[in-house]
Design a binder for this molecule. Structure first.
Ligand SMILES: *[C@@H]1O[C@H](CO)[C@@H](O)[C@H](O)[C@H]1NC(C)=O
Ligand SMILES: *[C@@H]1O[C@H](CO)[C@@H](O)[C@H](O)[C@H]1NC(C)=O
Length: 410
């Protein structure tokens, strides 16, 4: 018996449905706003400020209450971010490379020794810190989405190895969505020097490292107190070295302008030698913009999310650099023999390698010729891997567990 008369229960169900629909529409008619009102919902305080202005302390120079910082919200993928490149130079420094390599990047070039230059500083003191602070003070109310603070030289030992130590490449590849999300990004990915355990304001005199941390002897509690009166002293001040970084407008404006003025006053008035007062700031920007004394993001995240160069995780990243170090050691040895020969020839001495050395040099050469293409291949693959947003996301820091399993390397 497949077919039969309609069952009673169905008739009742249909009746109920009709009644419900009638009731539903009668409600809607009485409250048309339910379907017609497309105005934005009323603003409800979620506890997380979504606007650019965070609640400032009553006294902007009250450092005893830590500023609260929150991650920013990047625009939808594919959006553009406005930016400006802020850099210091002296009148006789040449920055033609910027005009040829980065013609599309808006510039604020401060001529530190030219009082009539378009961008100038109150005094040529405190190195790049004076320039960065002056830019922030003078443009606090008219900042682009992101501000990039760099030095004026194109190549530097402290730039990123995987981008050939080239600032032009770093700026072209820099992921501004990361800058906006984190608020502050040190553009150097490598931890050494500066991370994770660098300046200690209480280090005993006998333990100073005058070669690697010449500023530490000046970076005492008294200086911290002058700069951030009342703020708790962090256990250490640590971030990748050398004072090149990017900040979002949102983040800058979470720091009261008065503080930048206060810091600049300190720089103008301190009797400390320039080379040290400038370096005092090298290890304080992360505290100013994140509230953390120690700010050392994972190197592979910095490269992958920051520049689209992804090795596929911290272990593979470390492996590449380990091989690179081995290769460089071999090269150093090889180069040492050649220098010996060169030195002898410069003195006019006749020089011949002994057979054992010749044999060793051949060995070194072969090994280097084997490692170089292997390293280059992995590097090229890392660039390629970085083109896929999924791969970049997989190596990005996460503070949120809702998608924690999405990219786990099974
Ligand atoms: C972003 O900028 C590029 C280059 O100026 C332009 O071609 C592109 O259309 C822009 N994209 C959006 C979403 O505005
Ligand atoms: C200082 O800047 C002004 C304005 O750009 C420029 O005309 C002048 O040549 C600069 N002085 C020097 C010494 O370069």
């Amino acid at each position: 018996m497949l077919a039969g008369p309609p069952r009673l229960v169905s008739a009742v169900t249909i009746l109920l449905l009709v009644v419900f629909v009638w009731w539903y529409f009668s409600i809607l008619q009485k409250t048309p706003s339910l379907i017609y009102d497309h105005s934005p919902p009323p603003k409800v305080s979620s506890g997380i400020p979504t606007t650019e202005k965070s609640p400032s302390p009553v006294n902007p120079l009250d450092f005893s209450t830590p500023l609260k910082f929150f991650p920013g919200t990047p625009k939808p993928p594919g959006s553009n971010y406005s930016r400006i490149l802020v850099l210091p130079k002296t009148t006789d420094e040449d920055i033609a490379w910027i005009h040829s390599e980065l013609p599309e990047v808006p510039l604020a070039v401060y001529e530190v020794d030219n009082a009539t230059a378009e961008y100038h500083v109150p005094k040529n003191k405190g190195r790049e810190a004076m320039v960065y602070l002056t830019y922030l003070i003078d443009h606090y109310d008219s900042l682009p989405d992101t501000v990039l603070f760099f030095h004026s030289h194109r190549y530097a030992w402290h730039n990123n190895v995987l981008m050939g130590l080239d600032t032009a490449q770093a700026i072209r590849r820099l992921n501004l969505a990361r800058v906006v999300r984190l608020g502050y990004m040190n553009t150097r990915c490598h931890h050494d020097p500066g991370c994770p355990d660098w300046i200690h304001m209480d280090r005993p005199a006998i333990d100073f490292d005058f070669f690697r941390k010449p500023e530490e002897i000046y970076y005492r509690k008294s200086v911290w107190e002058e700069l951030n009166p009342g703020a708790a002293i962090p256990p250490s001040l640590s971030q990748p070295c050398c004072a090149q970084f990017a900040v979002s407008r949102e983040r800058v404006r979470q720091v009261p302008r008065e503080r930048f003025i206060h810091y600049r006053e300190w720089l103008l008035n301190t009797p400390m030698d320039d080379q040290f007062s400038g370096r005092i700031f090298e290890y304080i920007w992360q505290w100013i913009f994140t509230g953390n004394g120690v700010y050392c993001p994972a190197m592979n995240s910095c490269y992958c999310d920051g520049y689209g160069i992804c090795f596929g995780g911290a272990a593979k990243f470390a492996e590449w650099f380990k091989t690179m170090d081995e290769r460089n050691k071999l090269f150093e040895e090889f180069d040492g023999y050649n220098k010996e020969k060169q030195a002898a020839e410069n003195e006019g001495r006749k020089f011949e390698f002994i057979p054992e050395t010749k044999k060793r040099m051949k060995e070194l050469e072969d090994k280097i010729h084997e490692l170089d293409p292997a390293l280059e291949k992995l590097r090229t693959e890392a660039y390629k891997r970085g083109e896929d947003p999924k791969n970049r996301e997989a190596e990005t820091e996460t503070y949120d567990d809702t998608h924690i399993w999405d990219h786990v390397n099974q």
